[in-house]
Each structure stands twice: as C-alpha cells, then as structure tokens.
Design a protein around this ligand. Structure first.
Ligand code: PFF
Length: 465
C-alpha cells in the first residue's frame, strides 16, 4: 500500500523551513562582500529589483512544480511533462553533489564554534590556523561527522517532527542573533596602530549608500550579473530543494503569500548579515579587509576581527559561529531532503531506507572531500580558478555548470512546453490570486532564460565581465 505523503503542518512551518534553506552560508559570506565590492546601495537596489522579478519567478515555478506533481525532484519533471524525466535526474544530481561538501564546511563551522566556546579566539586568529586545521587527518572528518549526524537525525524524524519543528525553533533564534550582532557591530570604534580611527557607522555607509563613482555600462552589467548569481544561489533554486519542499505544501495554502515571505526573510537576513560583517571588518581591518569572501572571510578574516575586539570577541565570535551553524544546518537539511524525497518517490522506499542510503553515499563523499586537503591532496585547474581541491571541483560542477543548466531547462519547460498557465493555475488553485502574473509570464519565457544564460557563460569562464 502506498504511504500517505507527509506534509507541512501549516504555512508558517513551510515558510520557515524554506527560509531556513534559503538563509545559508551564501547570505553570510558572499552577500556582504559583493555589496561592499559592487557599490553598496547600488548592489542592494539591483538585488532587490531582481528579487521581486527574477527571484520571484524562479521560486514560484519550483514550489508550484513540487506542489502540483507531489513528487521529489527526481520524478517531478517527468510528471509535469512526459519525456522530461532527464531534467529530474540533473535536478537530483545537484543536491547529491552539494550535500557532501556542504557537510564538510558545516564541520569547519562546528570546529570554530568549539574553539570560541573554549576561549580559543586568539589561537583561531593566528596565521595558518585554518589551513593547518583543514589539512589535518582526523579532526575535519570528526567535525564533519558531528554536523552530519544532526542533519541525518532531523531527516530521519521526517517532515513534521524533523524539518518543520526544527525550523520553527532555529529560525527565530537565528534572526535574534543576527540582529543582536548587527547592532553591536554598529557601535564599534577602533583606533588602529597608525592612529586612524574607524567606526562601524562608516562601514555601514559603505554597505548602504549607493556608490556610483566610476560606474560604466560594463561595470553595471557586472553588478547585475553578480546580484543575479547571488540571488539565484541564495533562494536555493535549481537544487531540487524547493520542489521537494513544495511537494509537502497543502493544496489550500496561499503560495503567493508564502513565496513573498520566504523572499523577504532571505533578503532581510542577507542585508542584516551585511550590517553585521561590513562595519566590523571595516572598523578593524579597513577597506582592504573587505576584499575577502567565502571561507577566507569566515575562517581567516573574521577570527582576526573577533580577536581585535578583546574580551568581547570571545562572546561575539561564539554567538556568530552559533548563528552560522544554524544557517548551515537548515540548508544542509533541505539539501539532504531533496535527495531523500527523490529516492522515496522514485524507488518507493521508506524514509528510513532512503535516508540511510543517501546518508552512506554523502558521508563517504564527505570523507573524500576532507581527504582532499590531506592524503588526496592535489592542485587542479578550473576555467575560473587555479590550484583548487576536490571541494572546489564539486562546487564548480554543481553551482557553475549544473544549476544554471537546470534552471534554463526549467524555464524552457514551463515557459514554452507546458506554458506558464500551468504554474499560474497551480498557484491559484487554492482560490488566491497570483500577483505579478504578466510579469511572471514575460520573465519565465524570455528574461529569466536570457539572464541565466549570461550567468552560465560567466560561471564557466566563457565571458569575463
Ligand atoms: N541558499 C543557500 C545559501 O545561501 O547558502 C544555498 C544552499 C547551499 C542551500 C547549499 C542548501 C545547500 F545545501
């Protein structure tokens, strides 16, 4: 007998779970950096406009595909249109590739949280600390395993008791932590050894005031593509996640409203992360400190900033890494669920079996990623970077190649094959009116695929903006 499909208990549960997925490392280690680099307020305005148009269209499409098909990503596309099952395979491959390396990064966060908890702030700020940690033999694997166990535990507990209940607790705490640290950041005043005084409020200006100095058409295009790439990643689209979560949404729920709330939550946290990071980094390290993003920002520059804060740095650093851990956990949970839901639907497996299978595959992959800095160390060359390791290669294949390809194919399927009305009808099924309908049609048929194609060319290094 077929088991009844799980569903979120309510729309708040869905919104918080989806926002939990969307709010991840990208919001924290990339949004603030891009905003500081791309003209502050200028980047934020472009990002907001894209969120209301491009982001809204992609997110609506995926959630609607999930709710209509009531399938995980692997089988959802084939259910929407016969012959499109191949897209499901690609759509399921993306989360399967991301999960192992995301758990490795999750392990790094666990490590830094434990270091700050035990007062090791100044050790963490020393040069070479991060490299010597990730190139260790056992510690990165143990930390990854800890992170992995929490993720797997939540997935075993299921949609209601696991994902939904966890998101309802974690997301409000995360928000409080980001707001609290952001407020602290604004109060910072630092006098550097050469006597220059820099304040958090000056840093805030860099983040929020539009800087149009030297903006040419080419530079503006660069800002546009940066903002689009960031938004695309930040909303967790093209990763199978929103299809899986959409498949658990009740038919009576107001999708339009939920999608707006998810976007608002994600964007608010990204901007707050900017308010948290840019003023602090600027005050302690000046303009040069704002040049780093990704692991370099989180695990090398920020520990130096916390160490420079003195005693307060131990506490702020601990709270910061707790917040990052929450953000990473809810994203990793969503990415594992995308694969587990796919296995359950495609192979009629129980949740437990599907979770064990995916758990074993991902864990083995994550161990290999850890060893990529140690026993399996090599330096490879990608079209976009030199001297990279296994983690970077997986990140490149999933983010730069597969995700834009899946998103473009999804736009073609919905815009041209089954037509946008399929999604609009799905959204309006519950009796609610879908706002921005005309905009949606134009976006999904013409603008989004073109923008995504430009992003794709940039991601694989064919054009260099
Ligand atoms: N929206 C997430 C972020 O900004 O970090 C993207 C994400 C990455 C979601 C990896 C899930 C995941 F496993």
């Amino acid at each position: 007998m077929e088991q009844k499909r799980s569903s979120f208990g309510g729309t708040i549960g869905f919104v918080l779970a989806a926002a939990g997925s969307a709010v991840g490392l990208g919001n924290i280690w990339r949004f603030p950096y891009l905003a500081a680099k791309d003209g502050g307020g200028l980047f934020i305005i472009v990002y907001l406009i894209l969120a209301l148009t491009f982001g809204f269209s992609l997110l609506t499409t995926e959630v609607a595909i999930g709710r209509k098909s009531k399938q995980g990503p692997l089988t959802a596309y084939g259910k929407i249109k016969k012959g499109w099952g191949f897209l499901g395979v690609l759509g399921c491959l993306v989360p399967a590739i991301i999960l192992p390396y995301y758990c490795v990064i999750g392990g790094w966060v666990v490590k830094y949280l434990s270091v700050f908890l035990t007062g090791g702030c100044s050790a963490a700020a020393e040069d070479g600390y991060f490299t010597s940690f990730i190139s260790g033999t056992y510690e990165p694997i143990i930390m990854m395993a800890l992170f992995f166990c929490i993720v797997a535990f939540v997935i075993f507990r299921g949609v209601n008791k696991g994902i939904e209940s966890m998101s309802k607790v974690i997301m409000p705490i995360l928000l409080i932590l980001v707001v609290g640290i952001a407020v602290f950041s604004l109060t910072i005043k630092y006098e550097s050894p050469d006597g220059t005084v820099r304040t958090g409020l000056q840093g805030l200006k860099i983040l929020l005031v539009p800087n149009l100095k030297g903006v040419t058409a080419g530079k503006f295009l660069n800002v546009l593509v940066d903002a689009m790439g960031q938004l695309f990643f930040s909303l967790s689209v093209a990763m199978g996640i929103m299809i899986a979560y959409g498949s658990y949404v009740n038919d009576k729920a107001n999708l339009s409203k939920s999608i707006n709330q998810i976007e608002i939550f994600d964007t608010a946290v990204a901007i707050l992360a900017g308010v948290m990071i840019v003023p602090a980094v600027f005050a302690f390290m000046g303009q040069d400190g704002l040049d780093s993003s990704g692991p370099g920002l989180m695990f090398i520059s920020l520990p130096k900033v916390f160490a420079a804060m003195g005693r307060a740095g131990d506490i702020i650093g601990f709270l910061f890494f707790a917040m990052v851990l929450f953000a990473a956990l809810t994203s990793a949970i969503s990415i594992m669920e995308a694969v587990v839901a796919s296995f359950m639907d495609a192979f009629k497996m129980s949740r437990v079996k599907a979770a064990i299978l995916e758990g074993l595959i991902a864990f083995a992959g994550a161990v290999i990623v850890c060893l990529g800095y140690n026993k399996l160390y090599f330096e490879a060359k990608l079209p976009v970077a030199d001297g990279v390791q296994i983690l970077d290669i997986l990140d490149y294949i999933s983010n730069n190649v597969l995700m834009p390809a899946v998103a473009i194919a999804t736009c073609i399927l919905i815009g041209w094959v089954v037509k946008p009305k399929t999604v609009i009808d799905e959204v309006e099924k519950s009796g609610c009116i879908m706002g921005r309908k005309k905009l949606y049609v134009v976006m999904i048929k013409y603008i989004a695929p073109v923008l995504l194609f430009v992003l794709f060319l940039k991601s694989i290094g064919i054009i260099n903006l």
